[in-house]
Design a protein. Structure first.
Lengths: 267, 88
């Protein structure tokens, strides 16, 4: 009897990562190269902020290509949102950004990855450092935090203050600009800092260089505050930022990274 | 392209590993056969290639795990891990 119980338990948990057929309910243009796919996923059991899904495309001849995309939406949102940046030589992303339309179906499995996740229950302070499209899983964390805190008391709000340092090539490449501005405007415990590495609009007073140690010393919480740190972006950016944070005295064990690989180079 | 630019985190391997191990392997801990370091899988380094992935230790660069997919089989080489601790 015990054995049967165990095996049925395994079958139930395995079901959570089965391939599912999602329906595209909306497509939002974020930047000239990036779109958010809003998906209805039948049987979706929910996710935690920071997790991703695997998307699988199958060609007529049976050839399959599979890629991972971070979930941008908060766990509280019944639909899941993926923001996808088009890679010009990509096998999967150009289909997702240019071909897919509302009403189309898309095969995916998830949520995947319990390592790079944050929930309000883990506490703060929270430091999230994004390079380019690396903002996506971090946005899920900030959206989750905003929803959770909207219903929390003042004491909780001050227990989980958050800072975002977001590096992009130019202002037009920044995802979720209006929403980030709105979130920061209504929340004194959220600080959003941008750095633009290639080109800044006239009158820009913010940072204009790649993320470095000096910038992190200025923006990050002091190591003594023991922040939860999440860094996501292209591999060279993530490794530079993580190394700088460790040099500043942050505990490498409390610092979680998600490298996106060479997705469009320097940010 | 430099090999180091293709380096990803253990998270990137979670999908394919869920096919042979548990649904979420990123919070499982693996002990490196090369140096003995014990880390969460999500903190290991993933090098994707055409057929699958190679997972290396961030401390000593030894190969901890390899997984490859063919049309009919999944091949898993765990000889670089002396211990795998999977949360229940």
């Amino acid at each position: 009897m015990a054995t049967r119980g165990v095996s049925s338990g395994i079958a139930e948990t395995r079901e959570t990562i089965a391939w599912r057929l999602a329906t595209v309910v909306d497509i939002v243009t974020e930047t000239p190269r990036a779109r958010t796919l809003v998906l209805d996923v039948p049987g979706w059991l929910g996710h935690r902020a920071g997790q991703h899904v695997d998307v699988r495309l199958t060609a007529e001849d049976g050839y399959q290509a599979e890629r991972s995309y971070s979930i941008a939406s908060a766990p509280e949102d019944p639909r899941i949102a993926l923001t996808v940046q088009r890679l010009d030589d990509g096998e999967v992303s150009p289909y997702l950004t240019d071909v897919l339309r509302a009403g189309d179906r898309l095969e995916l499995r998830g949520p995947i990855g319990g390592y790079f996740v944050w929930t309000v229950g883990l506490g703060g302070p929270l430091l999230v450092v994004a390079g380019g499209s690396g903002i996506v899983p971090l946005m899920a964390m900030l959206r989750h935090r905003a929803i959770a805190l909207a219903t929390a008391n003042m004491q909780t709000r001050h227990v989980v203050p958050a800072r975002l340092l977001y590096s992009a090539r130019r202002w037009g490449d920044v995802f979720y600009r209006d929403e980030l501005a709105r979130l920061a405007e209504h929340d004194e415990t959220l600080e959003v800092t941008f750095t633009l590495t290639h080109e800044a609009p006239p009158g820009w007073t913010g940072f204009q260089r790649r993320i470095d140690r000096m910038m992190l010393a200025e923006v990050a919480w002091p190591p003594a505050e023991r922040p939860h740190v999440f860094v996501c972006g292209p591999t060279p950016m993530v490794e530079a930022a993580a190394a700088a944070l460790v040099e500043l005295g942050h505990d490498a064990a409390g610092l979680k990274t998600e490298r996106f690989g060479p997705t469009g180079g320097a940010t | 392209m430099e090999a180091e630019e293709l380096r990803l985190d253990g998270n990137a391997a979670a999908g394919i590993l869920s096919e042979v191990l548990v649904p979420d392997v990123t919070t499982a801990r693996a002990r490196c056969a090369g140096c003995g370091a014990m880390r969460e899988m999500g903190a290991l380094l993933v090098y994707p290639h055409g057929m699958g992935i190679v997972i290396r230790c961030p401390s000593c660069d030894a190969v901890i795990l390899r997984i490859a997919r063919t049309r009919t089989q999944l091949l898993l080489d765990l000889s670089g891990a002396t211990l795998l601790v999977i949360p229940r």
